[in-house]
Design a protein around this ligand. Sequence first.
Ligand code: GTP
Ligand code: MG
Length: 149
Amino acid sequence: MERTFIAIKPDGVNRALIGDIISRFEKRGYKLVAMKLLKPSKELAETHYAALSSKPFFAGLVEFICSGPVCAMVWEGTDVVKTGRTMIGATKPTESAPGTIRGDYGIDVGRNVIHGSDAVDTAEREIGIWFKPEELVEWEPTMSTWIYE
Ligand code: GTP
Ligand code: MG
């Protein structure tokens, strides 16, 4: 089953949005398979956002992510990478649709509350950066038959 890496950024944690965000993924029917709260090291943040290292906002982005805490999670379910991005909304909150997480809770691109992997291969890479294999929990929610046909 497909997995994605979701991280509630320091602004989302400090604004007490963890519960709401987890609730949205739970209610959608996705399965939480890993979760931890941490203050990321500079190395972790730089590795995570390595593809953006040439951007002018990179240093500020890394500093912001390292200010912590970050709530790092792995969610599992059909098409969760793409659907997760749809639930999160556009990168710039001013362009995110109402009803999306960023569209409901953000204004500034540098404080856009949440990260979600943008493809299945990046999800695998990011899960490997943030979690050890033994931190991913194998379990079967009893309600699965009410979510999947
Ligand atoms: P993530 O889920 O965090 O990866 O966001 P994204 O996939 O929607 O966008 P992208 O990967 O292109 O950018 C990563 C993060 O860099 C964004 O979520 C923003 O926090 C930040 N970012 C992107 N573009 C800008 C920008 O123009 N200015 C600033 N200050 N930050 C930006
Ligand atoms: Mg991205």
